[in-house]
Every structure is written in C-alpha cells, then in structure tokens.
Write a protein that binds this ligand. Structure first.
Ligand code: PLP
Length: 432
C-alpha cells in the first residue's frame, strides 16, 4: 500500500502560509519532481520517519552531512554533554582547537583553518581571502558546480564557455559576477585558454573536486592536473570546495583520494556532524591573511559554536577511529551494479555515476562529464522514478541533479531491497 501523506499535506499548507514556499531551502519543496514533501518526525540510523508514520530508507542524509546515519549515539551524547555546559560563549573554547586539529590532521593541504557556520559562508570567505591575498579580482568557476549562495558564485554556464558570468538570481548585481568566469567542467583546453588570456588577473579557481551538485560527475586526472599546473604558474589560488566530498570520499577528502594539493579547501556538511558548521583552510601563509592575524575581514557571532563543535568532533573521531570508506565503497559498488542491471533489463537509457558513497542514476546515456551532458537527462523520467521509490519506502534526492549518499548505517539488505524496488519501478516506467 503506498504511504499516506495526509498530515504532511496539512503541515505543508501551514508552512506555505508562514515561510516562502513552505521551506527554508528551496530543494526541499520537491519542485523538481512535483508534488509535496513529507514532513519528518525523526531519523534513526538509515531510516527517516515522517509525521504520517511512514518509514523510508534514507539516501539523502540531510544532503550529505549524515555519513554516520541519523542520531548516532556518539554524536547525540557529545551534543547533550555540550548543551549542559552552555550553548554559546562568544569566547574561545578548547573544542574549537580540537576540531581544527582533527581537520588539519585529516586533510592533506590544510595547515590552518577558520571555522564558520555554513558551506556558503566558508566559500564566500575563501573567495574573499584569495582576492585579498593575491590582490586580484578574477575568479574561475565551472558550470554546474555549486558553492553555496555566494553572490559572486551564483553564475551558471554562459552560452560560450568563457563568457563573463550572468547572475542566476535576481538580486545579484551584474557587478558582483562581472569578475567571475564560467568554464566547462573537465574542459582542459578551456582552462588553458582562460589562463592564457586572463591568468595574471585571476585570484582563484574554485571547483568541486568530485561534483555532487549537477548529479555526480567525476573529474579526469588530466583536468585536476591542468588546474594545478596553470594556477601555480600564474600565482592563482586553487580552491577545492570539499563541502560535500570532505570526510566522505576518504577521511582526507577528494584531495587525498586523487593525491592533489589545493591551496585552499572549503568544508561543511560532515564536518559539523549534522549541526551548522563550515570551514576554510589551507596554506598557513595564505590563512595568516585572515583577521586578526591579517587584514582580510571575516567574523561570526556563533562561529565555533560549542554544540556544533561537539557534533563535528564526535563525527570526525568516529570516522577516524573506524574508517568506513572501504565498506562504503563496497556497498556503493553493490548498489550501482544493481541499479545499472535493473535499468538495462528495463531497456532504459541510463548511466550510473558513483565515487565511493556518492552516486547518481542519470536517465541519459553516459558518460556524464559536465553540465551540458548532465542536462541531457530525462528529468520527467527521473521524477517518475523518484515517486515510485518514495511509494516503496526509499527516500532519494528530489532532483536528477543532486547526488545521493550512503551512510554507515546502510547494509547489504537495504541495498538489495533498494535494487529490487528500483527494478520494479524502472520496469513500470519502461512499460508506460
Ligand atoms: C552544500 C554545498 C555548499 C553550501 O553549503 P551550505 O552549508 O548549504 O551553505 C557549498 N558547496 C558544496 C560543494 C556543497 O555541496
């Protein structure tokens, strides 16, 4: 029997009267797949429970942070203990150095780190720092990469790869994006051309070293190496946005997996263990330009918040003490193989993209290597897949262009149930 959503419908109507679109972050409204979102009552391990009493196997994990699943006992205990000592002091605590030390020890290129409260804040601050350090204004980003809702980075692909950016959102002045150049992901020649023409005015290149925000897209080795070579040659800072990949693809993030050393790294999501934390860090000589040790201003009333530090520390220590990465990769392999077979036997064009515990089933013939090839996907078909899986108790990201996640609480049994459900849904879609 498909789940009932009577209470969620009422809750959504109420929310829509009070909050724009009924949500505090747009993807949650299910616009990309139509229909209305279930309202969540609680999470437990690999499961979400909604207010109508339905249970789902969760492949969203709060969009990435919950690599340990919901309400992990070690994280719950740490936050309870911290809360009893007081929620916030606006003064230094040892917990901040504790989390900073875990980050510095884990991420190969980070020598110093500044803690903030979201991925958006971290990437905004990293861009400001790169501009302050290099005394240049130009930024390169890649179409389909998301770095939070930072004005200067809210730019999609122009029609030609190297056109100057046009803002994606009303309210972002053209002036804010005039120094942002948008290139095509994995386009080595585009990078070479951009540096040849503008290299000496580029402060930074920022990218997701594995993209999650256009669906999962993997970089080529040549792409990563080209970026490192050109940025080094021109004195441009290379920024890896590892908000999604940090502590997920490996304990040291994508840079550890690919043996790359960016100048700056942006973190978020897992580093806060489900509480609001972001971080930016990297070369000490660059980080020392941040106020008060340097002139580049950045501040936050709740930065380094004790509850958030406690959740982050507990999460990273669990990942450090019991590295789940080989196991997550095995589960990911089982899932992607199963989904691929299910789509093939249904006769649907598809491509399963995966790195470790991040994955996307694209309804397009692959390979998906950039935003243009991602946009070839059949989003109507994805929506049918999404709702078919919801009806069977599997909660996926509500857009073709978002990566799904495994957690340490998923088991072979969950994977096999998921593949079985997908087989039924995909066969239904093929018949329709
Ligand atoms: C989620 C995300 C962000 C933004 O982080 P918020 O905490 O939502 O502000 C930035 N970059 C990447 C790669 C992300 O996945």
């Amino acid at each position: 029997m498909p789940p009932s959503h009577v209470r969620s419908r009422e809750a959504f109507q109420r929310a829509c009267r009070l909050i724009p679109g009924g949500v505090n972050s747009p993807a949650r409204a299910f616009g990309a797949v139509g229909g209305q979102p279930p309202f969540i009552e609680r999470g437990e391990g690999a499961y979400l429970h909604d207010i109508d009493g339905n249970q789902y196997v969760d492949y969203v994990g709060s969009w990435g942070p919950l690599i340990l699943g919901h309400a992990h006992p070690r994280v719950v205990r740490a936050v309870e203990d911290a809360m009893r000592r007081g929620a916030s002091f606006g003064a230094p605590t040892e917990a901040e150095s504790h989390l900073a030390e875990l980050i510095v020890d884990a991420v190969p290129s980070i020598e110093m780190v500044r803690l903030v409260s979201s991925g958006t804040e971290a990437s905004m601050s990293a861009i400001r720092l790169a501009r302050g350090f290099t005394r240049r204004d130009g930024i390169v980003k890649f179409a389909g990469c998301y770095h939070g809702h930072v004005d200067s980075l809210l730019v999609q692909a122009g029609s030609s790869a190297t056109t100057l950016g046009v803002p994606t959102s009303p309210g972002v002045p053209v002036g804010c994006t005039a120094d942002t150049m948008v290139l095509r992901y994995n386009d080595v020649q585009g990078v070479a051309d951009a540096f040849a023409a503008h290299g000496d005015r580029l402060a930074a290149v920022i990218l997701e070293p594995v993209v999650g925000n256009m669906g999962l897209v993997r970089p080529t080795d040549e792409f990563l190496e080209t970026l490192r070579r050109h940025t080094e040659k021109y004195g441009t800072l290379l920024i890896y946005d590892e908000v999604m990949t940090g502590f997920r693809l490996a304990y040291g993030g994508a840079q550890q997996l690919f043996h790359q050393m960016p100048d700056l790294t942006v973190l978020g999501k897992i580093v806060g263990g489900g509480l609001p934390v972001g971080a930016y860090g990297g070369r000490a000589d660059v980080m020392k330009h941040v106020m008060p040790s340097g002139p580049v201003f950045q501040a936050g009333t709740l930065s380094g918040n004790p509850l958030a530090m406690a959740a982050g520390i507990a999460t990273l220590e669990e990942l450090r003490d019991r590295p789940p990465y080989a196991r997550l990769d095995e589960l990911g392999e089982r899932l992607s193989t199963g989904l691929g077979e299910a789509a093939r036997s249904a006769g649907l064009p598809h491509c399963v993209a995966r790195v470790g515990s991040m994955w996307t089933l694209f309804f397009a013939n692959g390979p998906v290597v950039d935003y243009d090839s991602a946009k070839q996907a059949d989003t109507a078909r994805f929506a049918r897949f999404f709702w078919g899986m919801m009806d069977r108790g599997f909660y996926l990201p509500c857009s073709q262009f978002e990566a799904a996640f495994l957690s340490t609480r998923h088991t072979e049994k969950h994977i096999d149930q998921t593949v079985e459900a997908a087989r039924a849904v995909l066969a239904e879609i093929a018949r329709a």
